[in-house]
Design a protein around this ligand. Structure first.
Ligand SMILES: [Zn+2]
Length: 272
């Protein structure tokens, strides 16, 4: 059982290690402006500047008279409605940048990207620097619990995804089935460098759900920024069948998911 305090500490440690990398990542990753992101306020400096004290502070201000000119009402700034993410209206070259809600990238059958979308990645798995650092932490923690975490698949380019789907259709001899498990190019999270398929090096496929590691991951991955991205019974929402091996890095938001949660990212972001 891991208390919230522990989780917090892990985050702090993990964040400290990756802080520098994270900054570089944010700068290099053309993810577009996340909703509610950093919006420097032009007026904030002026608004918070101290008012110069008047040398004649003792002079009493005459009370306002009825004939005084009314202060013009400032035009209110429209505030976006909370909990209502902007609709994904991207098309053409706009697909070079992924759909992002509250700073979280969403790539799925409903929210594709073009082949030009190339996130900054690091060795050895082609994951983003922050994802790789988080995966390292997760792997260390699993090892402490006597479990081995192996990466089966991580980054895949648009072209690689296209090739993979083609191969799987031939392998399964069933296009429909192949498409349930394998994304079309541009619709796979593996192109984001934020998704990773994990296993114990022995049991691959559906059997992972019953392995010690499979169970551990679903319970604990959230403590390291990852969520089980395609939980059981949510195929209609995610577009993919239950994948006990596919974990998606979303950062600290993962703590909003419970251990063994079947909530999807779509439901969490309010776009299901
Ligand atoms: Zn996967």
């Amino acid at each position: 059982m891991t208390g919230w305090g522990d989780v917090d500490l892990k985050w702090k440690l993990s964040r400290a290690v990756t802080a520098a990398l994270g900054v570089a990542l944010l700068a290099g990753c053309a993810t577009g402006l996340p909703a509610g992101g950093i919006t420097p306020s032009v007026d904030s400096a002026a608004a918070s500047a101290p008012v110069e004290p008047s040398p004649t502070a003792t002079v009493t201000t005459p009370p306002p008279t009825a004939s005084a000119t009314p202060t013009p009402t400032p035009t209110p700034t429209p505030t976006p409605k909370p909990g209502k993410p902007a609709k994904d209206t991207r098309k053409g070259a706009e697909l070079d940048i992924p759909y992002t809600v509250n700073g979280i990238i969403v790539v799925s059958p409903k929210h594709p990207v073009s082949k030009k979308y190339l996130p900054e990645r690091v060795k050895p798995n082609g994951l983003t620097a922050e994802t790789q650092a988080a995966l390292d932490e997760l792997t260390k923690a699993a090892k402490k619990d006597g479990l081995t975490v192996k990466v089966r698949s991580a980054y895949r380019s648009y072209a690689e995804q296209a090739k993979l789907l083609k191969q799987k259709i031939i392998e399964y001899g069933d296009e429909k089935k192949a498409r349930r498990y394998n994304a079309e190019a541009g619709k796979s999270e593996h192109q984001t460098g934020l998704a990773v398929d994990l296993w114990d090096g022995k049991t691959w496929g559906d059997g992972i759900r019953n392995t010690k590691l499979g169970k551990w991951l679903w319970k604990h991955a959230r403590e390291y920024g990852f969520i089980l991205r395609y939980p059981p019974g949510k195929e209609k929402i995610t577009g993919y069948i239950y994948e006990a091996w596919h974990f998606r890095y979303i950062g600290a938001d993962s703590l909003k998911f419970k251990p063994n949660d079947t909530k999807t990212l779509e439901e969490y972001l309010g776009i299901s």
